[in-house]
Design a protein around this ligand. Structure first.
Ligand code: SAH
Ligand code: F3S
Length: 444
């Protein structure tokens, strides 16, 4: 009988993409991919370590899986960032874990499982990607039949002082442009309507060869790449995440040139205080960030803007936090992900005194959330009466009679509609504005 493998994905879009890639390889090697941990022979947890809470979740999940699948005791493996960072130590922490699969070992999982089958008690692979491995994802493994994630750059060289990602995902490694464009063309043939070019810092894209980019204009390789991808005719193209220091105004110019480059930019600022930004080693200050924002705001189409902020970074004073509030008011974000600082062992900031108390972090989180909610309510109300182009992704979880999707500006849009509309791009008139979503009526 075929060995059944279940992969559970936590964390960011890159983990979703890695799971798709791992599942593709496993199926090719003769494994069956299943949807339930309870009946699987092998359970793999694709993990996140960006904050402490995410990391702790791994061990709780392992306990639950062991408990629920008591009878047949599946082989349990940990992949992703926690695997890469903790390595061998994972075996000591949880005796039921038999496989540790690092962030660049996604193409070698089948052979690791074989070794367990052959009687090895534990296996571990923290090595780099091998030459010749390429990002091959079969459509059946994609998380959606309409929206596809296309990784363009792995890893991170920025070493922001709070962040574990450069340690868990290694150095920046850009995929060849020809390979990316070919994948997008294949996705068009398969009927995909939207792609997200993904990477920790998409605009730091710097492939070893300029093959596939030469005939495109652009101030940076990323600007050339987005134009090359736009030329494929993929209906909707989004990209995340952009790194402020490397955000070139030519990206906005490209969005102006191609209507299929969507009107949404995610540009994490982290703090509004120059003192904290320096300690975070972000490579930008409030003024240089706001310059980039003003280019975005001057675009002829209104571009939706979202960001990430960390509250309670070591040494953050009430004054620093006020600078953050002021910057958020000035930027008028369409959406904001707020995080309480979480100390990550091994990062430079872990050596700083974590001076902001849990209670202060919480208070700042709530205050910022309130400020953002007011801004967002106003922005969302501004959509009332307007029509948005929506890619229908499925039935709404809230109501049986509603469908849901995203606008080009990456707003969640729900509307009265029947199943069967999935995968279509439709115009929806906004009739109601909520804090985090819009509601509307299908236009004929
Ligand atoms: N460039 C990456 C960032 C990855 S981490 C990207 O693709 O989005 C996502 C967000 O988590 C960061 O922007 C930051 O706001 C937050 N974050 C990272 N490390 C953190 C930490 N130690 N504590 C709290 N939040 C953190
Ligand atoms: Fe992390 Fe900064 Fe890179 S937030 S992912 S080190 S750009």
């Amino acid at each position: 009988m075929e060995t059944r493998v279940y992969i559970e994905t936590h964390g960011c879009q890159m983990n979703v993409a890695d799971t798709e890639r791992a599942a593709t390889g496993l199926r090719k090697a003769g494994y069956q991919i299943t949807e339930s941990a309870d009946t699987a022979d092998v359970v793999l947890l694709n993990t996140c370590s960006v904050r402490e809470r995410a990391e702790r979740k791994v061990f709780t999940r392992v306990g639950e899986i062991r408990h629920n699948a008591e009878a047949h005791k599946p082989v349990i493996g940990v992949m992703g960032c926690v695997a890469q960072l903790e390595g061998e130590a994972i075996f000591d922490n949880a005796a039921s874990i038999q496989m540790v699969i690092g962030t660049r070992a996604t193409d070698r999982i089948a052979s690791l499982i074989e070794r367990i089958k052959d009687g090895e008690r534990t296996v571990i692979d923290l090595a780099e990607r091998q030459d010749g491995e390429n990002w091959d994802v079969s459509p059946v493994e994609r998380h959606s039949p309409h929206v596809a994630f296309v990784p363009i750059i792995e890893g991170c060289n920025k070493f922001c002082s709070f962040c574990i990602v450069p340690y868990s995902r290694g150095r920046e490694n850009s995929r060849p442009a020809v390979e990316i464009v070919k994948e997008v063309q294949r996705l068009i043939q398969l009927g995909y309507k939207e792609i997200h070019l993904i990477g920790q810092n998409v605009n730091s894209y710097r492939p070893r060869s300029s093959e596939g980019l030469k005939s495109f204009s652009g101030a940076t390789p990323f600007c050339k790449l987005v134009r090359a991808v736009a030329e494929t005719g993929m209906p909707r193209i989004k990209f995340t995440t952009s790194f402020p220091r490397d955000f070139h105004p030519d990206i906005v110019a490209a969005i102006e040139e191609y209507s299929n480059l969507c009107d949404w930019i995610h540009l994490p600022v982290q703090s509004g205080s120059d003192r904290i930004l320096r300690l975070m080693r972000r490579g930008h200050n409030a003024a240089s960030y706001l310059e980039k924002i003003s280019v975005i705001k001057r675009a002829s189409r209104r571009l939706s803007l979202t960001s990430d902020i960390i509250v309670g970074f070591p040494g953050e004073t009430e004054r620093d936090f006020e600078d953050t509030l002021a910057l958020v008011r000035e930027c008028q974000y369409d959406g904001l992900y707020i995080f309480k600082y979480s100390q990550r062992p091994g990062t430079p900031a872990a050596k700083f005194d974590d001076t902001v108390s849990v209670a202060e972090k919480k208070a700042r989180f709530l205050e910022l959330e309130t400020v953002q909610r007011e801004i967002q309510n106003r922005i969302y109300r501004n959509y009332l009466g307007k029509s948005l182009s929506v890619l229908v992704e499925g039935r709404s979880t809230r109501s049986e009679s509603d469908m849901t999707g995203h606008s080009t500006c990456h707003k969640v849009m729900n509307f009265r509609g029947e199943p069967g509309l999935e995968g279509q791009i439709l115009n929806v008139a906004v009739t109601e504005a909520k804090t985090n979503s819009l509601y509307g009526e299908l236009l004929g």
